[in-house]
Design a protein around this ligand. Sequence first.
Ligand code: NAP
Length: 251
Amino acid sequence: MKNSLPDRVALVTGGGSGIGRAAAVAFARAGARVVVSDVDPEKGAETVRMMPASSTFIQADVSVTSQVKDLIRQAVELHGKLDCAFNNAGIEGAIARLHEYPDTAWDRIIQVNLKGTWLCMKYELRQMLKLGKGAIVNTSSTAGHVGSRGRMSAYIASKHGVLGLTRTAAVEYGAKGIRVNALCPGAVRTPMTERLLGADPERAERMAQFIPMARFGTPDEVAEAAVWLCSDAASYVNGLALPIDGGYLAH
Ligand code: NAP
């Protein structure tokens, strides 16, 4: 994917960790000037230290309108435009059966995963409409396609919602030269997965048995798909919900 994003300016949210960090590095490797954003300034700064000098960190909580507005404004002030956006920030939220799910945990996960994705798209689209082109990739999940017994109803609802937003935007803005797609990762080794699995390697092994490729994915394997979807190699791909899951959804 080297040089597949020449002269492009790309924004990556949730860039301080896991998939977002791998994507920020991959976007830079593909030739883009990258704005890394995260709610955690230390982790974001650490990502930027792994990247070329043209990379910048801007702190923002994607669930807060004023912060997202400022993030996009600052990114455009820095680089003059916004070509690509990887809206990836997300949280797993509480683990509880649906009938016992705490209201506050429900509200927070919807605010970050669903409203946060919408807010980012809202302000990114305004810039891309000025340019007359652009590419947005949202991070959904295999949990955006199917339910599970994992006691994560809010997370699953939020990721289904991200696919709804993606498809709607793909239809609304396709004729304006803006493509909007989603990635649907399965189980990927990141700090989020480590938190969910705890210190139980046997649980991870049991989970891997349900994956046709019999292993978890890596953040880099997701990152490369984000770069491809933003590149001209995917110029007629719009509204796609792309599983990156070792075949899990093929079951
Ligand atoms: P991760 O390692 O926890 O990284 C997520 C990053 O997003 C963290 O740096 C986190 O900061 C940041 N973040 C959280 N809330 C935020 C907010 N309100 N505003 C801005 N940034 C925020 O998780 P990951 O596994 O890389 O997940 C990335 C995305 O992939 C998420 O949307 C997740 O749902 C999705 N996904 C992951 C998997 C998987 O197996 N890992 C599978 C399917 C989908 P803090 O750490 O400070 O909260």
